[in-house]
Design a binder for this molecule. Structure first.
Ligand SMILES: *[C@@H]1O[C@H](CO)[C@@H](O)[C@H](O)[C@H]1NC(C)=O
Ligand SMILES: *[C@@H]1O[C@H](CO)[C@@H](O)[C@H](O)[C@H]1NC(C)=O
Ligand SMILES: *[C@@H]1O[C@H](CO)[C@@H](O)[C@H](O)[C@H]1NC(C)=O
Ligand SMILES: *[C@@H]1O[C@H](CO)[C@@H](O)[C@H](O)[C@H]1NC(C)=O
Ligand SMILES: *[C@@H]1O[C@H](CO)[C@@H](O)[C@H](O)[C@H]1NC(C)=O
Ligand SMILES: *[C@@H]1O[C@H](CO)[C@@H](O)[C@H](O)[C@H]1NC(C)=O
Ligand SMILES: *[C@@H]1O[C@H](CO)[C@@H](O)[C@H](O)[C@H]1NC(C)=O
Ligand SMILES: *[C@@H]1O[C@H](CO)[C@@H](O)[C@H](O)[C@H]1NC(C)=O
Ligand SMILES: *[C@@H]1O[C@H](CO)[C@@H](O)[C@H](O)[C@H]1NC(C)=O
Ligand SMILES: *[C@@H]1O[C@H](CO)[C@@H](O)[C@H](O)[C@H]1NC(C)=O
Ligand SMILES: *[C@@H]1O[C@H](CO)[C@@H](O)[C@H](O)[C@H]1NC(C)=O
Ligand SMILES: *[C@@H]1O[C@H](CO)[C@@H](O)[C@H](O)[C@H]1NC(C)=O
Length: 396
């Protein structure tokens, strides 16, 4: 019987076996187009073997002790090691993908067969990311990032900074993963985004692409310097406004809701007057998002120092039984008046009354025991002043 015929029969018989069977250890091999692949058998070298290689049941090469037959399309592209049966295949192309089988008969009569798979791929190249829009507004814009590339059997993966992008409500991966769509972008979606394209023979990552996303203003905050509950008339106050915004926000100022002419992030109040007391607020504006945000108001209370405190009597001649008023006055922003008698807090007795928020201490009728040193202390949070009056009650 013709040995070559026998080899074909053996080869066909073993076609049903699992991959990687016999003398070819690898289940499958991957190669890039143009590369050289070697199918290495596990046999120890032996002379005078009969070897047959097929590709998807078509002959590649057959040998017997005296001759060698190569299919025309493999001329110059293969080298057979006749001692081991290993086959080298050069300059592989996509059409070389498929099943490779080898059958070997040794002179001693041993049969060996092997089977494996070759997959040829075009390596990945020209990986580029393009965004369909470059001016994005937080919460308003959606964006599509497309990954273009060359190669065969491509898989795609997106990187956001260094972590892999996963699909979610907001993030869609379509077209086999080549298109990343972000619905309603947020400020945290600026990337950089990169697209990684790979197949079993290569792996290429694009240049990073940053998205420019406008957002804000948020956290609009008014910071006074110095920060005080009350300011003395004539002080200088600086109010600074900040906001989280891209591009940077523009600022306007309001006093009790009325727009001030001053612009910019700092409002300087020099030599402040009483009539500048009120609620100050700033408003941040982003001219791309067209959004505004107003700060919490800051209350500026301007007080005048207390000065020139005095206590005056309604009469120069206090007489037992008459009515007398002591009036306590001062310049400045009066908050409290405290009356004392002979160095102790004044205790109002039946014949005493305070009027006019403590301004007037009224005796009706005046008694002899009301003689003494009266003092009045006028205070506000920034100052105080005190005046004394000695009253000597005369008999009628
Ligand atoms: C070897 O193969 C050639 C060509 O197919 C054939 O003519 C020859 O008879 C074969 N020799 C043996 C020993 O099988
Ligand atoms: C490799 O094969 C391709 C066709 O698949 C052919 O065009 C090219 O010339 C070959 N290259 C070499 C170096 O033989
Ligand atoms: C970009 O793609 C997104 C999502 O498909 C779409 O909503 C948006 O309108 C597109 N933008 C432009 C400028 O075409
Ligand atoms: C990108 O990463 C940032 C920070 O980890 C995350 O907040 C954002 O949601 C991510 N965006 C997308 C589209 O994956
Ligand atoms: C691609 O290459 C990167 C590093 O360059 C590696 O981290 C990643 O695992 C590779 N991916 C694949 C599928 O080979
Ligand atoms: C993209 O953003 C990163 C930081 O997130 C920065 O380092 C890089 O310079 C930016 N690239 C471009 C082209 O703007
Ligand atoms: C307020 O600022 C002006 C100008 O810088 C300065 O001349 C003045 O002394 C300051 N007033 C106070 C109370 O610090
Ligand atoms: C505040 O008072 C000053 C005088 O103290 C006056 O010149 C100024 O016009 C007043 N401003 C307002 C807004 O009433
Ligand atoms: C300032 O705002 C406070 C509340 O924040 C309010 O009670 C007060 O009446 C306001 N003053 C003016 C002058 O609008
Ligand atoms: C937004 O304001 C900036 C200044 O803060 C200015 O340079 C820019 O031209 C403005 N853009 C638009 C669209 O108005
Ligand atoms: C953002 O979306 C809101 C609601 O759809 C719309 O009213 C607003 O005009 C949009 N802003 C910009 C700057 O396009
Ligand atoms: C003292 O003050 C009270 C309250 O203002 C007033 O009713 C009374 O007439 C005054 N008495 C004298 C003697 O001025």
């Amino acid at each position: 019987m013709d040995v070559l015929f026998l080899l074909y029969v053996v080869s066909a018989t073993f076609a049903g076996l699992s991959e990687g069977a016999g003398v070819l250890p690898a289940d499958s091999l991957n190669a890039a187009v143009g590369r050289t692949v070697t199918f290495t058998t596990t046999l120890t070298p032996q002379e005078n073997q009969f070897v047959a290689w097929t590709f998807d049941f078509n002959n590649i090469i057959t040998t017997n002790t005296t001759s060698e037959t190569t299919a025309p399309q493999y001329e110059g592209r293969i080298t057979l090691d006749r001692f081991t049966g290993s086959l080298q295949l050069r300059n592989v192309s996509l059409t070389d993908s498929g099943e490779y089988r080898v059958s070997i008969i040794s002179p001693g009569g041993g049969f060996y067969t092997g089977q494996t798979r070759l997959d040829v791929y075009v390596p990945v190249s020209n990986v580029r990311v393009t965004a369909n829009s470059s001016d994005l507004i937080e919460f308003n814009s959606s964006v599509s990032l497309s990954c273009s590339s060359s190669g065969s059997s491509l898989s795609f993966l997106w990187l956001n900074s260094s972590s892999e992008v996963t699909a979610s409500d907001r993030v869609q991966l379509t077209d086999g993963g080549a298109i990343l769509t972000i619905i309603s972008v947020t400020r945290y979606d600026q990337g950089p985004f990169r697209c990684r394209v790979f197949n079993p023979v290569s792996n290429v990552t694009s240049e990073p692409v940053n998205l420019s996303i406008s957002f804000g203003p948020d956290n609009t905050n008014l910071k006074p310097s110095p920060s005080q509950e009350y300011y003395v008339k004539g002080s200088n106050i600086s109010l600074s406004c900040s906001a989280v915004s891209r591009p940077a926000a523009q600022f306007q100022w309001f006093l009790n809701g009325d727009l001030l002419t001053a612009r910019g992030p700092e409002l300087r109040l020099m030599n402040i007057q009483m009539n500048q007391s009120g609620n100050y607020s700033c408003q941040a504006f982003n001219n791309i998002t067209m959004r505004t945000q107003t700060s919490q108001p800051y209350v500026v209370s301007v007080l005048e120092r207390i000065s020139g405190a005095s206590v005056k009597s309604s009469t120069n001649q206090p007489v037992d039984g008459n009515s007398v008023n002591l009036t306590c006055e001062a310049a400045g922003s009066v908050f409290t008046r405290q009356w004392m008698k002979d160095g102790s807090d004044l205790i109002l007795t039946d014949n005493m009354m305070l009027y006019n928020e403590g301004r007037v201490l009224s005796f009706q009728p005046l008694k002899k025991k009301d003689s003494g040193e009266y003092s009045c202390k006028i205070s506000n949070p920034v100052s105080s002043d005190e005046a004394k009056y000695v009253m000597v009650v005369n008999c009628k």
